[in-house]
Design a protein around this ligand. Sequence first.
Ligand code: PLP
Length: 404
Amino acid sequence: MAKINQDYTNLQGSYLFSTIAKKVAAFSAENPDKKIIRLGIGDVTRPLTPTIIESLHKSVDEMARKETFRGYAPDLGYDFLRKAICENDYVARGCAISADEIFVSDGAKCDSGNIQEIFSRDNKIAVCDPVYPVYVDSNVMAGRSGAYDTALGRYENIIYMPCTKDNRFTPQLPTETPDIIYLCSPNNPTGEAMKKAELQKWVDYANEKGAVIIFDAAYEAYIHDEDVPHSIYECDNARTCAIELRSFSKNAGFTGVRLGFTVIPKDLMVEGVSLHSLWARRHSTKYNGAPYIIQRAGEAVYSESGKKEVKELVGYYMRNASLILNGLTSAGYEVYGGVNAPYIWLKTPAGMTSWDFFDYLLRNVNIVGTPGAGFGPNGEGYFRLTAFGDYDATVEAIERIKKM
Ligand code: PLP
């Protein structure tokens, strides 16, 4: 008789965004006349830019001709894309990363969920609290988390690094030593980012302890401040302790197109084994490559016109971020993030829980946001709004909240 993976039974409730979707669907069904403004899910709303569309059309045509048709892509990605990434995202920033250390994939979510497969189940995992829920859930599925403590809202074997307003939402070195450390900067959900000196501390700590940092830089395109690093490899000695995850979702609007990559330097060794070779083995066994058409579109992001358009796209969303940040501040809310990231993290008013505030906003002003509690115990009492909406809708949302 078949048996299920019991580790899955340790997962808490349904995925945060499914719960939100169900609540919003129920509200819309009861109130079909209400215009709901969605500032909840971190999905983009602007269309793909002309350079990317042109590249997609061109490669679709290539697929229609025998001479230019392509089948399976190379497991680790086409050289044209790996080189473009390497030159623009790393060499141009002074990072010593080579093209063959880049593994092209269909997005950072899959990579962040899958990367832990190459590590032992005995590893002690540290995560920021609050943080993108995939890091914790994928480790629960892999049987690393231990039991869930309902009272504390946390798993017994995961080290939670509180990111609160007292430490400006920046994780501090934990007292218990972890083996794997997930860092996400700029951070989802707090919208705050680590400065280079802070990140360097983590790199030094990981090298000293023999730990590996999984650095999620999905939002690097939104960095505004000079002293915030775009890549962990801007720090000294990061090649011997860090893996970096990147995505084309939030900079170029590829959430529905799907493209991302993971960087594993060749000198990153654990127990004398190269993580680069383990991930290459895993990738080639379980993954058949991102589509040619999509990788060409990714290459177009790095063309002169592509870079200009993507900058404008990010600028559009960051105008929303400033609008939300300033609007809520003037309405008397305590607000964070929104400068180096498309997320605004606000303290719920009058001591409301984050789910109570979710219901309150939905019912009273028909705005959907994301309850902070869904991102970890320290997210309780906070609420995330995203800058990924339409500008006019964002203006209206802020007006509604101000009048509330
Ligand atoms: N990493 C973080 C921190 C995210 O917030 C998200 C999406 O919201 C992702 C990764 C997912 O990226 P992708 O669309 O490339 O899978």
